[in-house]
Design a protein around this ligand. Sequence first.
Ligand code: HEM
Length: 417
Amino acid sequence: MQNVNDVEMYHLPMSDPAMGEDPWPEFEKARAAHPWLAKWDEYGYVIHSYDAMRELFADESKLRPPYADVVDELGQQGTPWGRFTGEQMISLPETEHRLLRNTFAAKFTPRFANQLRPVMRDQIGRLLDEWVPQQSIDFEHFASHFPISVMFSLVGAPHEDIQGMVDDLEVIGLAHSYQLDLFPRINEGMVRIEQYVEDIIEKRRANPDHGGDDDLLDLLIKTSDEGDIDHQQLKDLISFFFIAGYDTSKNVLTYTMYTLLDHPEIYERCAEDYDYCKKVIEEALRWFNPGTVARYADADFEFRGVRFPKDTMLFFPLSISGRDPVTYPDAQTFDPDRPIEPERRHIAFALGKHMCLGQYIARAQLQEAIHQIAQRMKNPKLAGEPGWRMFPGTWGIRGLPIEFTPGKARVEEFEAA
Ligand code: HEM
């Protein structure tokens, strides 16, 4: 048994902007030095192999999410962002988290996500109507409107507020980048989002019939009433849905488009073949995803012959787990027809007790989006160099200039997916 300090391993330059642009050679060096462990000098250790991530998440009792500690480190106790971050679902103590999660998880099924597809389709179609005539766009900017306008439709919220929400979510998404001067703006944004959520709940409670089928907001309100969830927790959960679903979905869609620019035959098939889009999105989530999840060791523990002391910080770059050559033959080839084996399923939505609650909604909206985008933005080409976000936190492309020819939407009868 070795103490983690004594293990020889590669030091990953996680905070270097060059890692955001091209992390793959750095992870190759990490693999050459140690099969699953590397160091991030400022903060802790990086678990970089797919197998080790899975194994550690199989017994999360040794780990605790870092969010409450991060609030202290950033001096944000008692601020709107600090309160929200310390009390949101993912930060709750074990028993409270289990209660909240069990109340909602049973409802967030693939079936429920399928029921939301017509609203998603309609909203994506409207967004494309606005953007396609331009023929030359920053695809990342377009994609930033996509998860939020779909979410607004799913909760019946007025669309004129979208730009304000996008601006607030962009800055809140930078909270974990440790730039202290951003916090006045982050806290303003948090207050606005909380007020916004308060208003939509109040309006819906005053008008529960709202002249349509039950939507996501109805489900959240009814489930929280049945499960005796208090008003603040319901508000926090809805705010978290806006925040958790924004940067993640936007970055996956942007990177998927970036990838498909190099695979025109796959892109064309997405326009024609609705079912094929499912495969493309699953492969896209293996190929790229934005998340690096962090945890603290909650007690001293041993793993694969290495001893980790309590409070060691561990990082799990889910983002690169899908290209681990030990797990995936031909990992650097994008192939939507790659067989999906349960023991090698991608872990873009994490694993264990905090596994993404919105995963079926996320998958459905990405599938619906890519099907319509491929019909309406024909022959897309890169029209400038993309920029990159920092690797830790929510990784992805910052700015993806493209040009395309407008295309027509297919008229098709959809069956439940
Ligand atoms: C492609 C898009 C998405 C990706 C890649 C993604 C990824 C993740 C990951 C990795 C986690 C675990 C975080 C951790 O353990 O620290 C997570 C948790 C969560 N996500 Fe997502 N997410 C996406 C979209 C969404 C959407 C659209 C929603 C809401 C509609 C959502 C709601 C949540 C919630 C509520 C949790 C916390 C679950 C818990 O603590 O029990 N996510 N997500």
